[in-house]
Design a protein around this ligand. Structure first.
Ligand SMILES: NC(=O)c1ccc[n+]([C@@H]2O[C@H](COP(=O)([O-])OP(=O)(O)OC[C@H]3O[C@@H](n4cnc5c(N)ncnc54)[C@H](O)[C@@H]3O)[C@@H](O)[C@H]2O)c1
Length: 356
């Protein structure tokens, strides 16, 4: 190992981009709460994931990163990890011997862990249902909304600009699925001056200036698609828009998937959609900017400390509010995202989503 991880991060990001992880690095360097522990981390690997590893190392953990074929990542960053003393594993079935597993999408729920698991996504929840060890669901907290609502909205707008299709005031965007991600995309497009329609079967709240259509109103949905510059899907349902495939495919609209899986279905060929139906923000080197990921990644790390200290009982748990509030204080006081926080934390999408 001859790379200096702290220097590499400092050369790339000001600490206002990762205030919560920076606070962990400072504190854990002294307190070493994971001294001697071996942590397996499955967070998607991009350059902006590096501060998460530095905080775990500062805490005294040996870090192994698992790259799973179902989870996107940057091959160049992955290749460079060993230089920073971070081991890379690519075969989950062969992995064992970890104290803590910091999972994503439940892909490593079968890897044995002495202290327990923290899971980043809601889709991973089903893999942990019935788990007899402690599990912290990072997705169930308030902090995850900073990533999924503010971060994905920002990522969508940056991705469209990157693709030569900037969101502008003369353009109309229809967002199908008005949950956390859809609300964020709609809010970012409305902020750019676009005309925004959200389609959802539920009476979801919409950002100021946007309108909602009931997904059951086929004629209104078809009219909205026909008059759109861009249709964005964010339903969270694989092939969830298959019944609209013909309308979408033969419309003039740009098609952009933001969901983790193909939402358009097999009747919409990959070449018909931007970025071949892969979430459109993943066309970027940083699909979600560090400032929006920092609270989520800090919470995953904080869960590792709680698990290793045996402070989490068996079963699946939402993150403790005190843990989240401590991270939120750092973000409010020192984060580049501070000015945007009230929008997302007060948003109806957030209040509703914690009830689900
Ligand atoms: N691209 C990214 O960077 C990124 C980041 C985070 C999450 N995601 C993904 O985005 C997707 C959405 O996540 P979310 O957190 O917003 O989910 P969510 O559950 O909060 O919201 C989904 C919404 O879609 C609606 N819906 C479901 N089926 C529909 C249909 N057929 N037509 C219209 N509306 C429908 C639901 O009523 C709900 O309001 C997931 O696949 C998630 O994994 C992507």
């Amino acid at each position: 190992m001859d790379g200096d991880l702290a220097a590499t991060i400092a050369a790339r990001y000001p600490t206002a981009e990762f205030p919560a992880l920076a606070a962990q690095i400072r504190l854990w360097d002294r307190t070493r709460p994971l001294a001697g522990a071996h942590v397996l981390d499955v967070t998607p690997v991009y350059a902006n994931t590096l501060p998460k590893y530095l905080a775990l190392q500062a805490a005294g953990a040996a870090v192994t990163v698992s790259v799973h074929r179902g989870i996107p990542g940057d091959p160049a960053v992955i290749a460079g990890l060993p230089e920073f003393g971070i081991a890379v594993a690519d075969e989950p079935a062969l992995l064992s011997g970890y104290d803590v597993v910091l999972d994503c999408a439940g892909t490593h729920a079968d890897v044995t862990s002495r202290d327990g698991y923290a899971e980043l996504t809601r889709s991973g929840l089903t893999r942990y249902a019935g788990c007899t060890q402690p599990v912290v669901m990072v997705d169930s907290g308030v902090l995850k909304r900073i990533e999924t609502t503010l971060g994905t909205g920002d990522g969508f707008v940056r991705a469209m600009a990157h693709l030569g299709q900037p969101v502008t005031a003369d353009r109309s965007v229809t967002v199908i699925g008005g949950g956390k991600v859809g609300f964020g995309v709609a809010a970012a497009c409305a902020a750019a001056g676009a005309t925004v329609t959200i389609i959802d079967p539920l009476p979801v709240e919409v950002p100021a200036g946007a309108v909602r259509l009931d997904a059951a109103d086929d004629a209104a949905v078809a009219r909205a698609v026909a008059s759109s510059w861009c249709v964005v899907s964010a339903t969270g349902q694989r092939h969830g828009l298959a019944s609209l495939a013909q309308v979408l495919r033969y419309s003039e609209a740009l098609l952009a998937n933001m969901g983790a899986e193909d939402e358009f279905g097999t009747d919409v060929p990959p070449e018909r959609a931007l970025n071949s139906k892969v979430p459109v923000n993943f066309v970027l080197a940083e699909p979600t900017r560090l400032r929006y990921l920092d609270p989520t990644m800090a919470l995953s790390n904080a869960a590792a400390v709680e698990l290793h200290a045996k402070r989490i009982p068996a079963g699946v748990h939402a993150p403790a509010p005190e843990l989240e509030q401590a991270i939120l204080r750092e973000v409010r006081d020192h984060g580049a995202v501070a000015a945007e926080l009230d929008t997302v934390l007060a948003a109806p999408t957030y209040r509703r989503s914690v009830d689900r």
